[in-house]
Design a binder for this molecule. Structure first.
Ligand code: ADP
Length: 559
């Protein structure tokens, strides 16, 4: 294809002429092959696709118009040298690029770029090899396209699942690299994915390739004529995170400073036994007591995994759409929520955890856990076999908490017709008073916006990620508007209480970054200094997490 028959996109990258865009595309085609370049042609509708067959052009849960956060083209490199070549090309043409791996990232923007007209770099399509699974060291080294499903299937097929478990987030289609660099969570003892990563190989904004940590120390015996990305890695690359000197990996997470093309991830040795459980609590205001019970148990690691305390409507939505329970389309009242809980034989709050290890260890832990939680009046303890439903949420969580990936949690997005969703994710102390206040503040705003409160507290090592799931009808402009109002209002409310979000959708990145403004925005100044040093042309994911290169007038881009 010559540039003359390259279609023009719905949106050009900023300050790029149609001719320059076409020339860029022609060059990109010669790097990655014609079949790996797609221009987002205005002739074609922006089809959202499905979770497993996701669109690569825009946010499938668009909260603005679909063609706002939209790419001009998507390019899928076939290997590290092609990633480097595309990054160099982007510098030459000053075209913004937006890297993604599997591109699911649901509730946070999917594959969509922050700057309309950016060129998506789809790493997952062709770079999806499991480079190593090391049983003795209990780790894997993967490329961006390796998903939870694909690594799990590989372990099962090779018989290695006997030895090694993975940690999965709620949905199994995400990329292991994509989720770790966004600092996502799963639910086993290895639930903090960034904490459990070890070693990265990164293409910098100037196209240079680095290995972090021990990866910077060459492995003896490599032939120096072999390209850097193919050099046999240092044997401790996936064993010791920090190497020598400043520890860099963190600046490549939730950032726009590089493209991660290889990453190590620690896997959990088969613990020798496993048991999932659920504890239900009948009253909405049990929350504070439950959280105060969680704190010491989690800190002492009696709670070995990342447990979750789920609001009843999250579980209700996994089972059925709202229309199954009620004809109304306004938020449910407390009495109606109680009725749903009774019908489902669940609590207003439902706690899901698991114990790991040989039977005597599991029994001892379960005894302590039961003794602590069952002091809450009306609370009940269940094992999966105690539930009579064909597949209860406890059955689903029992898979997730042992690292078996699934798609079960997709169902709650169908709470409303044409369900789209956004996550609002403030951090809370593991403290009853803090959690109750945060619940109160966010629930009140959800109701004000005309939505049901649906949420879960995900318990980390010393914090809770409070995940508020905002479900809206994505074909209804008024619901989209209310969802945006709700997000913006909750960001303000939470900042006023000293609470900040751990991750966010594209639309909120600037607003949230602005709340992290201690000492006259000192952190943002540091981030911008690094950004401008590593990416002087401002081509790499401009605006990601509120960090704009000097080449953009950030005031003009704030939404
Ligand atoms: P998921 O794993 O949920 O499918 P994505 O692939 O959509 O996640 O990635 C989520 C976000 O993480 C992207 O929008 C991008 O900002 C960042 N990201 C993903 N993969 C990479 C990567 N290999 N290098 C740098 N950033 C990445």
């Amino acid at each position: 294809a010559s540039s003359t028959n390259t279609p023009l996109p719905r949106r050009l990258p900023p300050n790029v002429t149609p001719e320059a865009f076409q020339a860029f595309i022609t060059r990109a085609q010669s790097i990655v092959g014609i079949e790996n370049v797609t221009v987002v042609d205005p002739q074609n509708p922006l089809d959202d696709g499905t979770y497993m067959d996701n669109c690569k052009t825009h946010d499938m849960h668009a909260v603005y118009e679909r063609d706002y956060f939209v790419a001009s083209a998507v390019v899928a490199p076939r290997g590290v040298p092609e990633v480097q070549a595309i990054v160099k090309l982007a510098n030459e043409f000053v075209v913004p690029v937006w890297p993604f791996s599997a591109g699911r990232n649901v509730g946070y923007g999917g594959t969509a770029p922050r700057v309309p007209g950016s060129v998506g770099i789809e790493l997952g399509k062709n770079m999806n090899k499991i480079l190593e699974v090391n049983v003795e060291g209990a780790y894997a080294l993967v490329e961006p396209g390796v998903t939870y499903f694909s690594l799990y299937d590989h372990l099962v097929e090779t018989g290695l699942r006997e030895h090694l478990w993975i940690d999965v987030p709620d949905l199994g289609g995400g990329s292991i690299i994509g989720n770790a660099v966004e600092r996502g969570m799963g639910y086993t003892p290895y639930g903090d994915h960034f904490m459990m990563h070890c070693g990265m190989e990164i293409v910098l904004p100037n196209g240079e390739l680095v290995r972090t940590g021990m990866g910077a120390l060459p492995e003896p015996g490599n032939n120096p004529s072999v390209a850097a990305h193919e050099q046999k890695p240092n044997k401790a690359w996936q064993l010791f995170n920090y190497g020598f000197g400043p520890y860099n990996d963190g600046i490549f997470t939730q950032s726009n400073l590089g493209i991660v093309v290889k990453m190590g991830i620690w896997l959990m040795p088969n613990p020798g036994g496993y048991q999932a459980y659920m504890i239900t609590f009948p009253r909405d205001n049990d929350l504070s007591a439950i959280v105060d019970i969680i704190r010491p148990l989690r800190l002492q690691m009696v709670l070995q995994n990342v447990p979750t305390l789920r609001h009843i409507l999250l579980d209700a939505a996994v089972h059925n759409p709202k229309s199954h329970y009620t004809d109304k389309n306004t938020p449910l009242t407390d009495a109606e929520i109680d009725e749903i809980a009774a019908k489902l034989n669940l609590g207003r709050w439902n706690f899901y955890g698991a114990v790991y290890g040989p039977e005597p260890i599991r029994n001892a832990l379960l005894e302590v856990i039961k003794a602590a939680f069952l002091t809450v009046p009306g609370s009940k303890f269940y094992l999966p076999e105690d539930r009579t439903e064909e597949r209860s949420v406890l059955h689903m969580r029992s898979d997730t908490l042992q690292g078996i990936p699934s798609l079960d949690e997709l169902k709650w997005v169908d709470w409303l017709p044409n369900g789209g969703h956004l996550f609002f994710s403030p951090i809370a102390k593991i403290s009853g008073a803090d959690a109750a206040l945060q619940y109160e503040v966010t629930k009140r705003r959800c109701r004000e916006a005309g939505f049901d409160f649906i949420g879960t507290f995900v318990v980390g090592m010393r914090d809770m990620h409070h995940i508020v799931c905002i479900v809206f009808d994505r074909e209804d402009p008024d619901q989209r508007r209310r969802a945006r109002w709700l997000m913006r209002t909750m960001v303000k409310d939470c900042a006023a209480h000293g609470w900040g979000e751990y991750r966010t959708h594209l639309a909120l990145m600037d607003q949230i970054a602005n709340t992290y403004n201690f000492n006259d925005n000192a952190l943002m100044k540091l981030n911008e200094t690094i950004k401008n040093a590593l990416d002087p042309n401002g081509i790499m994911a401009p605006g990601k997490n509120g960090v704009w290169p000097a080449t953009y007038d950030k005031e003009k881009w704030v939404l």
